[in-house]
Design a protein around this ligand. Structure first.
Ligand SMILES: *[C@@H]1O[C@H](CO)[C@@H](O)[C@H](O)[C@H]1NC(C)=O
Ligand SMILES: *[C@@H]1O[C@H](CO)[C@@H](O)[C@H](O)[C@H]1NC(C)=O
Length: 363
């Protein structure tokens, strides 16, 4: 073991020198906020779509300034609140914007928040010193939203994508019985073997990450390459103005390993109703673990949709006809659980799985 640790430390130290010479481009949140300016859409754009948006910065109870965005139907009351947890290296305001607009058009209030170090929130870019802290921040924001008079008594749903699935699951574990359901899109309950570092590297990581936790050198496959099926959407993914185009930081990688192991060990603690969706050809998060979540969770109302041939980014990386199928499934599931009559869907003829004996759909 020791020769490995010594070799690892040497590599780490030499990288410190290289990286500190060339500060990572978007490390500071001001740089990321500037990078987002050209992507800002005006209120007119949203109103034409029948949606009203609010973008806000606020200081959380730890004194970290976070970016939040809300999408609500411009006319009429929202039937429920959908609280979005974004993925690793992502934000609530790039790809998710189109999804949120569609959900707001279907009558839902949607809120999202950028985690510390992500998107336009404060913090070193894509550095997660402790996963439970971003879970607590997220809980704090969602609680403040759901306590507002306009949302009082409305059903609340979590919507977690990839690493955000782990955030959503942990929010629901900490707030048993408080949520009416959660939508888990390719959740990270275990990192797929393909992008998981080899065992020996994982062991080294766990033992040495505390030395240089922010160093972005963890050997990992390119997530964008493996997440988006269509090349043009892959390019769009890489063009995400606040994407982290480096290897994961040591401390972040260790946190992701720990939280996914914890969730995998405690799948039975999931009691919230859920709609679980995974591409069968996902190379980033393992659909097998979703199957285990479906089987071992204690939720009474659970639905698992396995989409044959689809990759990790179900609503971002697929051909538009596949995205439409996924969105239709989400909106149908929500409408059946938010006490409102079926949403006015553009696609007709959809039939969802029975909630008592959910089936694994293949398309
Ligand atoms: C996840 O939730 C469980 C149960 O509330 C808790 O024990 C664990 O520490 C949490 N982990 C993280 C990383 O938030
Ligand atoms: C659904 O929406 C379309 C246009 O958005 C409208 O023409 C149609 O009448 C609506 N249908 C129902 C049943 O509300």
């Amino acid at each position: 073991m020791w020769p490995f640790i010594v070799a690892f430390c040497c590599i780490a130290l030499s990288s410190v020198v290289v990286v500190s010479r060339r500060r990572l481009a978007l490390d500071h949140h001001d740089d990321r906020r500037r990078a987002m300016l050209p992507f800002k859409k005006d209120a007119e754009y949203y109103l034409r779509k029948g949606v009203r948006v609010t973008e806000k910065f606020f200081f959380n109870s730890r004194g970290i300034e976070q970016f939040t965005k809300e999408w609500v139907p411009a006319n009429g009351e929202a039937s429920a609140v959908v609280c979005y947890c974004h993925g690793y290296g992502d934000q609530c305001n790039y790809f998710f914007d189109a999804t949120a607009v569609e959900l707001a058009q279907a009558g839902y209030a949607v809120v999202g928040v950028d985690y510390e170090g992500h998107g336009q929130s404060q913090g070193l870019h894509c550095y997660i010193p402790k996963f439970s802290v971003i879970v607590e921040d997220t809980r704090e924001y969602f609680q403040s939203v759901r306590a507002r008079p306009e949302f009082a008594g409305k059903p609340g749903f979590l919507y977690g994508e990839s690493m955000g699935g782990a955030v959503a699951i942990n929010v629901s574990r900490a707030e048993q019985g408080k949520w009416d359901g959660m939508i888990l899109v390719a959740p990270m309950c275990k990192i797929a073997d393909k992008i998981r570092p080899p065992w020996i590297i994982q062991e080294l990581l766990r033992r040495t990450a505390f030395l240089v936790p922010t160093l972005p050198i963890v050997p990992a496959e390119d997530i964008a390459e493996n997440a988006f099926k269509l090349p043009e959407k892959r390019a769009e993914g890489k063009a995400n103005p606040t994407a982290f185009l480096h290897k994961p930081r040591l401390g972040t990688a260790v946190q992701l390993l720990l939280v996914s192991e914890d969730i995998e060990k405690h799948l039975d603690e999931v009691t919230t109703p859920f709609l679980l969706m995974h591409g069968a050809a996902d190379l980033v998060t393992d659909p097998e673990v979703s199957k285990a979540l479906y089987e071992r969770s204690s939720s009474k109302d659970k639905t698992f949709k396995l989409y044959e041939g689809m990759w990790h980014a179900l609503t971002e990386g697929e051909p538009s006809e596949n995205v439409a199928i996924v969105m239709r499934d989400i909106i149908t599931w929500l409408s059946e659980r938010s006490g409102k009559k079926a949403a006015n869907l553009s696609t007709t003829g959809s039939e969802v799985s029975d909630t008592e004996s959910a089936v694994i759909d293949s398309i």
